[in-house]
Design a protein around this ligand. Structure first.
Ligand code: MLT
Length: 251
């Protein structure tokens, strides 16, 4: 099996036949995983605010509009990009249309993959288990970790999570006596994770986006997003929409 990492949404190549895991720890993929875990029926990721508004009109307003620009809630939207807003009482049974600066673009950029999963620290082990199942049963046995990055730049939070996921994939493969082949960036993210796993928060606190969120008063979001393996929901993106793996998508 091969494991590769892309550092930003705009560095993604053709992913045909591969299993992609899209990662935007702070905060888009943490938000999507939380929304579905709290009962949202589906999340529709779109690239622009106009696209979100047009789609919401088609649903005659029977949707929640969520997302951010420059990390703050978009005027007229129901929800921002804080995972703590996506509570069960608000999202259960609902369709959420979401647009974010990097995360939703990374999902769109991964559309050529055979399978597209949504990952973050919150569901790291669950997403690894699902990705292995997909990758090992497909002809191209390759997991591509697509980091959203921040405005086209490498981001430490996503790289640290990619490193954790690489580590978990490697350990799983070693259990069946296989050594996966890592791309240079997959190797680098893995080493970076191994070197800082005892205090990932301090490491991630050097990320530009971490500091921006802190300045905006989103410390609780950061603490929430850095929790590991607290959700077992694996969001799967298929035909323009994201649903939890336990729903219809994989039946
Ligand atoms: C993004 O997609 O760029 C992020 O989720 C930004 C944010 O933290 O709001």
């Amino acid at each position: 099996m091969q494991i590769e990492v892309y550092s930003t949404f705009n560095s993604v190549k053709d992913l045909s036949g591969k299993t992609a895991i899209v990662i935007d720890v702070l905060r888009a993929t943490s938000v999507i995983t939380t929304a579905l875990s709290n009962g949202a029926e589906r999340v529709i990721p779109v690239s622009s605010v106009d696209e979100a508004l047009n789609l919401s009109r088609k649903f005659e307003g029977q949707v929640l509009l969520g997302g951010e620009r420059e990390a703050v809630k978009i005027p007229g939207f129901d929800l921002g990009n804080s995972p703590l807003e996506y509570k069960n009482e608000l999202v259960a049974g609902k369709t959420v249309i979401i647009t974010t600066s990097n995360g939703t673009r990374a999902i769109k950029a991964s559309e050529s993959a055979e399978h597209v999963l949504i990952g973050c620290f919150l569901n790291a082990s669950a997403v690894v288990e699902k990705a292995l199942r997909f990758a090992l049963s497909s002809e191209t046995s390759c997991v591509a970790l697509v980091c959203a990055g921040t405005l086209g730049e490498f981001s430490l939070d996503d790289a640290a999570c990619a490193g954790l996921i690489v580590d978990s994939l490697v350990r799983n493969m070693e259990r069946v006596n296989e050594i996966p082949e890592l791309s240079d960036l997959a190797f680098a993210c893995h080493e970076l994770y191994l070197g800082h796993r005892s205090d990932l928060k301090t490491f991630i606190s050097h990320a530009g986006h971490y500091k921006r969120l802190l300045d905006l008063g989103f410390e609780k979001d950061i603490d929430y997003c850095l929790q590991r393996d607290v959700l077992d929901c694996v969001p799967v993106y298929q035909k323009g929409c994201i649903q939890s793996a336990i729903s219809e998508v994989l039946k």
